[in-house]
Ligand binder design. Structure first.
Ligand code: COA
Length: 260
């Protein structure tokens, strides 16, 4: 584990675990934590040994309870605009070229819910509580919440969460499609690491291209997405990983993917 800091990095074989580490502030994202997260994502992006990333929060109370509200006070509109229009953790996770799994170990609120939604897969502890409470502060989500939430849960369920600011439990989040799996809290981290490890065995080329294709499906029209899928299929088809995957299948042995 790296030295004590606001985000900890643990490497478990081919899986990197990033732990947002401000438990006394319910892991709220202040500027320094966001900057550290961006640095670590850059580091992991370049590390070919790491094939999947898991994101979680320290302690048993929160994944991330949102942006650090204490930084809002006294910040001018143009300063806030600069914070949000620069490179954000939400974009960095969304465009990260490897799978990112969120393990929601408690309060997942505001920017925390938006960070979770920028991840590819969300596992939630049965104790997790999710919501977009910005409306209670007289503001709106600014990390993609108004865009990703309706895409995940539909407009009605999104409006309900956004208008009321109410928190929902993990089971309700599963029911509306905001999370993908609910796990007993004590087992969450192990389950997330096990899922990540099972994905880490696949071809990194295929994983990256799947992510690219799915991202296209969330952004453009069906025709554009299908065209993109064909192009990405061609790229996968010309990879060493494809040659290895096909040879391994025909040779009745497990494949060894190199990510090339
Ligand atoms: N920003 C800054 N500080 C936060 C925070 C946030 N988003 N969320 C929690 N904290 C701080 C609290 O101010 C408190 O600090 P203190 O001990 O110095 O007073 C500490 O974390 C513990 O919070 P507390 O409210 O006492 O814990 P709790 O377990 O009773 O409640 C929450 C947890 C998450 C429900 C509650 O803290 C909360 O509602 N947070 C704000 C959530 C929010 O509105 N997020 C969207 C921001 S745009």
């Amino acid at each position: 584990m790296s030295a004590s800091s606001n985000v900890l990095k643990e490497v478990h074989g081919r899986v990197a675990l990033l732990v947002i580490n401000r438990p006394e502030k319910r892991n709220a994202l202040d500027s320094a934590t966001r900057a550290r997260l961006l640095d670590l994502l850059d580091e992991l992006r370049a590390d070919a040994e790491v094939r999947v990333v898991v994101l979680t929060g320290a302690g048993d109370k929160a994944f991330v309870a949102g942006a650090d509200i204490s930084e809002f006070e006294g910040r001018s509109p143009i300063d806030q605009f600069r914070v949000m229009s620069g490179r954000t953790v939400f974009d960095a996770v969304d465009s990260f070229p490897k799978p990112v799994i969120a393990a929601l170990n408690g309060f997942t609120l505001g920017g925390g819910c938006e960070l979770a939604m920028a991840c590819d897969i969300r596992l939630a502890a049965d104790t997790a509580k999710l919501g977009q409470p910005e409306v209670n502060l007289g503001i709106i989500p600014g990390g993609g919440g108004t865009q990703r939430l309706p895409r995940l849960v539909g407009a009605g369920a999104a409006y309900k969460l956004l208008y009321t600011g109410d928190l929902i439990g993990a089971e309700e989040a599963l029911r509306i499609g905001l999370v993908d799996e609910v796990v007993p809290a004590a087992e969450l981290r192990a389950r997330a690491l096990a899922l990540a490890e099972s994905i880490a065995q696949k071809s990194p080329v295929a994983l990256q291209l799947i992510k690219e294709a799915v991202r296209a499906s969330l952004r453009g029209t069906l025709d554009e997405g299908l065209k993109q899928e064909t192009t990405l299929f061609g790229l996968a088809f010309s990879s060493e990983d494809k040659a290895e995957g096909v040879a391994a299948f025909l040779g009745k042995r497990p494949p060894e993917f190199k990510g090339r």
